[in-house]
Write a protein that binds this ligand. Sequence first.
Ligand SMILES: NC(=O)c1ccc[n+]([C@@H]2O[C@H](COP(=O)([O-])OP(=O)(O)OC[C@H]3O[C@@H](n4cnc5c(N)ncnc54)[C@H](OP(=O)(O)O)[C@@H]3O)[C@@H](O)[C@H]2O)c1
Length: 330
Amino acid sequence: MKYNVLGKSGLLVSELCLGTMTFGNQINEKDSIRMIHQFLDQGGNFIDTADVYVGGESERIVGKAINERRSEVVLATKVRMKVGPHPNDFGYSRRRILEGIDQSLRRLNTDYLDLYQLHVWDNLTPIEEAIRTLDDLISSGKVRYIGCSNFLAWQIMKALSYSDFKRYARFISVQPQYSLVNREMDREVMSLCREENVGVIPWGPLGSGFLTGKYKQGETPTTGRLAKGGGESSWEKYNSNQKNFDILHTVQDIALEIGKAPSQVALNWLIGKEEVTSPIFGATSLSQFEENMGATGWSLTEEHWNRLDEVSKLPEEYPQRFLDKFSRTI
Ligand SMILES: NC(=O)c1ccc[n+]([C@@H]2O[C@H](COP(=O)([O-])OP(=O)(O)OC[C@H]3O[C@@H](n4cnc5c(N)ncnc54)[C@H](OP(=O)(O)O)[C@@H]3O)[C@@H](O)[C@H]2O)c1
């Protein structure tokens, strides 16, 4: 397992991060704990959860699993989503964040978090209020580093600029949906992160399982995430676009050529991407977990990596097209 520095920090995280959104729901507690221990035994140190996953069960199970091994783990969770019936039970008010951190720490059975992330931009709370509160959490010792997830580029930049202006802690990481079949972040967020030295830790690196090759074009699935998921995890989203299958077929061809599983090829492409620090993969069984862990310890050839990049890249768009035309080199 390799370790990468997370953004503008001295924090080293494993090149794969274990996502725990399915813990206590699609995977029972015993297997979830076993998965975490296997992950740590194989050199993984980076674990992602959120206060809202399975009504707090995911955090509780993670807390139980790492109880004896806290010092080995870089522990990340999130705040923002609705966690109760009252008007102040969600968002980024100072009140909510200060309450949310204590609830997460209690469930995670620890007195500090390595990475506290804002889950999705909140239209209600001024970002200045959230950043000031997060900075206080760092000063108090409850949080080591901060990051955000599902922000637009201007929102990330606004937060970074405010941190810099006030000399508050700044985000060291961004957690967007990003994979061979979801490359929208290439428009602005990836170049922003490169420019500002912010680590990218993509969620959904397997396109909710689409890139494992277990779904067939034109056949409505009856099992797996895409059979029941909506929105970003809907079968309709993937099945309605031929490009997704062109990408999948390239992944499968390369997997066959090099004797790897499609999921390993898709994850290895992300690991090889300059801006990506650590893809956050999910699994609903130990066998899926083991297969996905096989994405480390080797690299795609340049030719294979480029083939995947080419088939999956976004169409040219203004203003990038215009900027490329006038870009200057020395
Ligand atoms: N910040 C956010 O808003 C956000 C949003 C979503 C997720 N996340 C984080 O990112 C993590 C990963 O996200 P994700 O679950 O969407 O990622 P993903 O890795 O793209 O999809 C994981 C799902 O694909 C299927 N799968 C995985 N490996 C497989 C294999 N080898 N063979 C067959 N099927 C396989 C499993 O679902 P089935 O078995 O059910 O098909 C699994 O739950 C989450 O756990 C969470 O920590 C964050």
